[in-house]
Design a protein. Structure first.
Length: 462
């Protein structure tokens, strides 16, 4: 009996010890997971902070270059200043698109930055050839400068709010889709909610550029399918978000955010969440196609190469029904790769039919998408591209003898009036630097020359 009791006592002790070790292990595991989650949140917060700082700096630089352009009487200086303003506005728009802010809060600002960049680039090219701005154009440029001042001031005020810990980027990510529908949130995020106020009466600027309002008001060609109800579009949004997060559709929490209209493309917008991931999606009323996606989640260190990120983006496009998409240019920033993909058919690359995909390089999942170009321009109708009137050999003969040709392909390129033209794109080197030259496939005229900027952070053109 005594031996039996002793065995029972030993068994109890062993069981108690095992339970203690199990509890300690669970506690350590919980602490580890909390530390890991907090670290991931800090990394994401720092990424958004750097992106926002870059946004404010680019807008401030664009403001300064516009003032210099307004102050010069020399065409060469005017061209240089406008070219720099165009670059800064493009970088600012890219930063803005990377932040977890609801499109309804910053849509007009994004449109302003795109339009500013295109106007500045168009007028810069004119100034290179000695073309001066007329009085109306100077007035337009002064208006653009004024809007840049307002935006720069608003961004630095928002920076002060963030530095004083009034709220964090994690708070903004969670609340931005609800701000316009909540007076208490509008009060909390007063600077953010009023950031677009100076643009409420932003005028339609009429100029010869591909992003002018009268050009983007054309009927979209890439919308296919019947009009869908709010419920049907919500179901598509939930299914896509669940696919990205690797969960069941029934586990996703969704909230309707109203309706949007982007240059004749009407959408339903939704805010979705699962675990520590949240997203804002716009789905087209016609066909239920994805128009835009901004997804926020904690991210780990980058594990994928640029090539793997590009392939992950292509796989995502195929999963949403966009096949035959070819990657062209990309940038890598803060562990994310943003890639431009254009439609390709029969050996011709259609630059107007473009989408942007942002991929997290920790696991290759999509965190951003913008499909306006594709939805507005994509068409498979016969006759969109007429057969080339000149051969590739004749087009090559037009090139400067100072260029070394590396490759050639046929492309369709947006023109300065909202249309498009068929061209031969020659990738060349000039004095050791890569350039792209576009020769019109119909007239044989040189239409454009772009510099290729290659670095460890991506490939861009200017």
């Amino acid at each position: 009996m005594e031996k039996s009791n002793k065995n029972i006592s030993v068994s109890h002790i062993v069981a108690a010890v095992l339970i203690c070790f199990t509890l300690i292990g669970l506690a350590v595991y919980g602490v580890y997971n909390n530390i890991r989650a907090e670290r991931a949140e800090r990394v994401l917060e720092n990424q958004y902070h750097r992106t926002f700082t870059d946004l404010a700096d680019y807008v401030s630089s664009a403001e300064n270059y516009l003032l210099k352009a307004l102050s010069t009487s020399t065409p060469g200086t005017m061209s240089a200043m406008l070219e720099e303003a165009s670059k800064c506005s493009a970088q600012a728009e890219s930063c803005l698109a990377s932040l977890p802010i609801d499109q309804r809060l910053v849509g007009k600002i994004s449109g302003y930055l795109v339009q500013l960049g295109d106007i500045a680039k168009t007028w810069s090219r004119r100034a290179v050839n000695g073309g001066a701005l007329n009085a109306d154009e100077y007035e337009t440029l002064a208006d653009l400068y004024g809007y840049a001042q307002d935006l720069s001031g608003g961004l630095y005020t928002l920076a002060d709010d963030l530095s004083q810990k009034s709220y964090s980027w994690a708070n903004i990510s969670a609340d931005s889709s609800k701000i316009l529908d909540s007076s208490s949130l509008q009060s909390k995020y007063s600077t953010l909610s009023t950031l677009s106020d100076p643009f409420s009466e932003y005028p339609t600027l009429i100029y010869d550029g591909p992003f002018s309002e009268h050009m983007t008001s054309i009927e979209p060609k890439g919308l296919a399918g019947a009009p869908l109800s709010l419920e049907a579009c919500r179901e598509k949004a939930v299914q896509l978000f669940a696919q990205i997060c690797g969960c069941q559709a029934g586990e996703v929490e969704s909230q309707d955010c109203g309706e949007n209209s982007y240059h004749n493309i009407d959408t339903f917008c939704f805010t979705l969440s699962y675990g520590n991931a949240s997203a804002h999606l716009d789905v087209t009323k016609t066909g239920g196609l994805l128009y835009s996606l901004i997804l926020s989640r904690p991210s780990e260190s980058a594990n994928l190469s640029a090539e793997q990120g590009i392939e992950a983006g292509r796989s995502f496009l195929q999963s949403i029904g966009l096949d035959s998409m070819t990657a062209s240019y990309y940038t890598i920033e803060n562990g994310y790769i943003t890639v431009n993909y254009s439609y390709e058919k029969d050996g011709i690359l259609y630059y107007p039919d473009m989408v942007k995909v942002k991929i997290a390089l920790d696991n290759g999942s999509p965190v951003g998408f913008e499909g306006h170009g594709y939805l507005a321009c994509h068409s498979t109708e016969a006759g969109r591209v007429k057969p080339a009137s000149i051969s590739a050999a004749d087009a090559r003969a037009v090139l400067s003898p100072n260029l070394t040709v590396e490759s050639m392909r046929e492309v369709v390129v947006p023109n300065e009036y909202g249309g498009e033209y068929h061209a031969y794109e020659f990738k060349c080197t000039a004095l050791g630097r890569p350039v792209l030259v576009y020769i019109d496939a119909d007239t044989g005229a040189e239409r454009d020359v772009l510099l290729i900027l290659e670095s460890e952070n991506g490939i861009l053109t200017v």
